[in-house]
Design a protein around this ligand. Structure first.
Ligand code: RP5
Length: 163
């Protein structure tokens, strides 16, 4: 089945942080590609991938990068499909550089940025799933089931604490 979501990372060094994003999409039954392409080191590959994936029906792009994190912006320049950005932490500035580079886009080219690093990896997958669920009842059902599990685990923890 064609990918509905594409996860791009600026470097293979971002993989450990972004693996949970891919794992969550797999758990929710969402076909996706998980690859490396840099805004600066491989700009042609990035533009080519966006075009090919879009032609193949990809709906949402999730782009993770650290330092001067321009990957999500470079992808947003090439598609009108939703782009979610994940600023990666770990620089001397603790990820503040990546956060600012990801979110401060010129009007007309938004990059949805829900959180940084590992939380950003997971919540970008949830956000992508919720966008797809607008037109896909199977994904909506999986999200509802996952929410029920969150409720269960909080109630279990509360019951254990309260004795
Ligand atoms: C960014 O620079 C990547 O997204 C990564 O977070 C950071 C460092 O890349 P490497 O030097 O480890 O390849 O482009």
């Amino acid at each position: 089945m064609s990918a509905k979501v594409a996860i791009f990372m600026g470097s293979i060094s971002d993989k450990d942080t972004m693996q949970p994003c891919s794992d969550l999409l797999t758990e929710l039954g969402i076909p996706h590609v998980f690859t490396v392409s840099s805004a600066h080191r491989t700009p042609e590959r990035t533009a080519k991938l966006v075009k090919e994936l879009e032609d193949d029906g990809c709906q949402i792009f999730i782009c993770a990068a650290g330092l001067a994190a321009h990957l999500a912006g470079a992808v947003a320049a090439k598609t009108i499909r939703p782009v979610l950005g994940v600023p990666i932490c770990g620089s001397a500035l603790g990820g503040m550089d990546a956060l600012l580079a990801t979110v401060q886009m010129p009007p007309g080219f938004p990059v949805g940025t829900v959180a940084l690093d590992k939380v950003g990896a997971k919540n970008s997958a949830w956000m992508a799933a919720q966008i797809l669920a607008l037109h896909d009842s199977a994904i909506a059902e999986k999200i509802i089931q996952a929410r029920a599990k969150f409720v269960e685990s909080v109630e279990k923890a509360a019951a254990e604490l309260e004795g």
